[in-house]
Write a protein that binds this ligand. Structure first.
Ligand code: EPZ
Length: 429
C-alpha cells in the first residue's frame, strides 16, 4: 500500500502542467458507446479511474487503443485514446466493476439509447454520501424508458427507442445532466432539460457530442435543448483542463508560499475559487500560458465560503480550502451544501494541529500559528489531497496513507510538486 512522505516548510517555485479533466474524460469515454465509429480523445489524464473505465468499457466489447509516444512528446502531454464501440456485445455493467468507480453507472444512458436496453448495477454509496441515482432514472423515464430495479440492478428498456421529452431536474445534478444529454442525443424528437448542471465538463461533453453529429444547444446554461439524431459518428476531441487540479495546486502554493505558473489551464474554469484565494491574500494572475499563483511573505486572511453548483465555489475544492484556512490569521467558515458527509478530512487535519469545529454542514476553522507533521489517512480523493496541502506547511514529517485515493484524481502529484521544490516522495509497499 503506497504512502506519500512529505517534510513541510519548503516554498514552491516553478511551473506545474495541468492535466486533462478527470470529470470530463470519464463521461467523454462513456460517450463513445453512442457510435459505431471511433472516438479519438486527446489530453486524457493518466489516472486510475481512467484505466478502470477502460476495463469497464472493454466488458461491453469496446476496443481501446492507447496512443504511444510521438516525436517531441513530453511527459506532461496527456494520452490519446482511440475508442471503438463498433459492436456492443454486453449491455450489463456488473456490480464488481460499477462499485469500484461510481461514474461507470453513467453507461446506462448510451447503452439504452444505442441498444434499447441496459442492465447496470446500482453504484451504492460512497464515503462522501449516499449518492442516489433517482434523478438519472427519472430522466430516462421522461424519455420513454421502462425502468425497474432488480436485485441491485437498474434494468432499463426502450425497445422502440427513446422519445424526446421535457426533463426538469429538482436539483442540479452533473450525472443527471450527462445522462439526459447522452440519451437525448439519439432520441426521436426534441428534449428540453431544465435546471441543468452548468459545470464546464458538461459543456465539454456536449461540444464533443456535437462534433459527433449531435444537435445540442445551451450546454453550460440552465436550459439545454437536444434535437435527437438517428446516429452519431466518430470525432476527435481534446479533454479540457482540470479545474479541480488547477485549484488544488493553487491552494498548495498558497499554503507553502512561493510562486508557481499553472500551465495549460484557464481562469474562467474556476473563477469563484480564484476569487476566494484573492480574498485570502493570494496573488492570482491569469496569463496567456495559464495562471500565476504567488504568496510571498503575506499572511493568509480568513474567508467565508459555501459550496454550490458551478459557477459557485466547487465542492471538490472544499477540503483543499479547509486545509489552507488552518493557517489563516483568523477564523474561517466553510459550508458544504452538496454532499452530506464530506468532512472526513477534518479529523485528519486536527491530527496535524488544526482547530476545526463542525456543526452540521458548517465547519469553523480557527487559524493556528503552526501545524505539526504526523501520520494521517485519506478517505476520498479530495480529502487525501487536502492532507498533502496541510503537510506542505506542517513542521516535520507527514505520512499520508491510502494513497490510492490520490491516484484516482491526481496524475503524478509527487512529481509535479517535487519539481517545484517540495520535499515529497512516494514510499512503495
Ligand atoms: C460529479 O458527481 C463529480 N463526479 C463529483 O466529483 C462532484 O463532486 C459532483 O459532480 C458535484 O459537482 C464526476 O463528475 C465523475 P451530482 P455526481 O449528480 O454527478 C444528488 C470528484 O471528487 N443527487 O451533481 O455524482 C447527490 O447526492 C467527484 O471528482 C441525487 O439526489 O454529482 C448530490 O447531493 C466527487 N439524485 C447532488 O445531487 C441523483 O440522481 C449533486 O450530485 C443524482 C444526484
Amino acid at each position: 500500500m503506497d504512502r506519500i512522505r512529505i517534510v513541510g516548510g519548503r516554498r514552491l517555485e516553478g511551473a506545474i502542467a495541468i492535466s486533462g479533466a478527470k470529470n470530463a474524460a470519464l463521461p467523454l469515454m462513456i460517450a463513445s458507446l453512442l457510435t459505431k465509429d471511433t472516438l479519438i480523445l486527446d489530453n486524457v489524464p493518466r489516472l486510475a479511474d481512467v484505466s478502470l473505465l477502460q476495463r469497464i468499457l472493454g466488458n461491453h466489447g469496446v476496443d481501446i487503443m492507447v496512443g504511444g509516444k510521438r516525436p517531441g512528446g513530453k511527459v506532461d502531454d496527456g494520452q490519446t485514446l482511440h475508442i471503438s464501440a463498433a459492436d456492443i456485445v454486453d449491455t450489463t455493467a456488473p456490480y464488481e466493476l460499477v462499485s469500484k468507480m461510481r461514474a461507470s453507472f453513467w453507461v446506462l444512458a448510451p447503452l439504452l439509447a444505442r441498444m434499447g436496453e441496459a442492465r447496470v448495477s446500482m453504484p451504492g454509496g460512497c464515503a462522501i454520501g449516499t449518492r442516489p441515482v433517482d434523478l438519472l432514472i427519472m430522466a430516462m423515464q421522461r424519455l420513454g424508458a421502462a425502468i425497474e430495479i432488480d436485485s441491485g440492478y437498474v434494468v432499463a428498456r426502450a425497445p422502440r427507442g427513446l422519445k424526446g421529452g421535457e426533463i426538469v431536474f429538482p436539483k442540479v445534478t452533473v450525472s443527471g445532466t450527462h445522462t439526459a444529454i447522452m440519451a437525448a442525443s439519439l432520441a426521436d424528437g426534441t428534449t428540453v432539460i431544465e435546471n441543468a448542471a452548468r459545470e464546464p465538463e458538461v459543456a465539454d461533453v456536449a461540444l464533443c457530442l456535437n462534433k459527433m453529429g449531435a444537435r445540442i444547444s445551451g450546454a453550460g446554461t440552465r436550459r439545454i435543448v437536444v434535437e435527437g439524431v438517428a446516429k452519431l459518428n466518430g470525432a476527435r476531441h481534446a479533454v479540457l483542463p482540470d479545474r479541480i487540479e488547477t485549484g488544488t495546486y493553487a491552494m498548495a502554493v498558497a499554503m507553502a508560499g512561493g510562486e508557481v505558473l499553472l500551465q495549460n489551464t484557464r481562469a474562467d474554469l474556476l473563477q469563484a475559487a480564484l476569487d476566494v484565494l484573492t480574498r485570502a491574500g493570494v496573488a492570482v494572475t491569469p496569463t496567456n500560458q495559464g495562471i500565476r499563483i504567488a504568496r510571498n511573505g503575506a499572511g493568509l486572511d480568513p474567508v467565508e465560503v459555501a459550496t454550490a453548483p458551478f459557477p459557485e465555489f466547487p465542492t471538490d475544492l472544499q477540503a483543499q480550502l479547509m486545509a489552507l484556512m488552518t493557517r489563516a490569521r483568523g477564523t474561517s467558515q466553510i459550508v458544504e451544501t452538496i454532499f452530506e458527509n464530506r468532512f472526513m478530512h477534518v479529523q485528519e487535519l486536527v491530527r496535524l494541529g488544526a482547530r476545526i469545529q463542525l456543526q452540521g454542514e458548517r465547519a469553523t476553522i480557527e487559524g493556528v500559528e503552526r501545524l505539526k507533521g504526523a501520520p494521517v489517512m485519506a478517505t476520498d480523493l479530495r480529502a487525501s489531497v487536502s492532507l498533502v496541502i496541510a503537510a506542505l506547511a506542517a513542521e516535520g514529517e507527514t505520512l499520508v496513507n491510502r494513497v490510492y485515493h490520490l491516484d484516482r484524481g491526481f496524475e503524478r502529484l509527487e512529481e509535479k510538486l517535487g519539481r517545484c521544490g517540495a520535499a515529497i516522495e512516494r514510499l512503495s509497499g
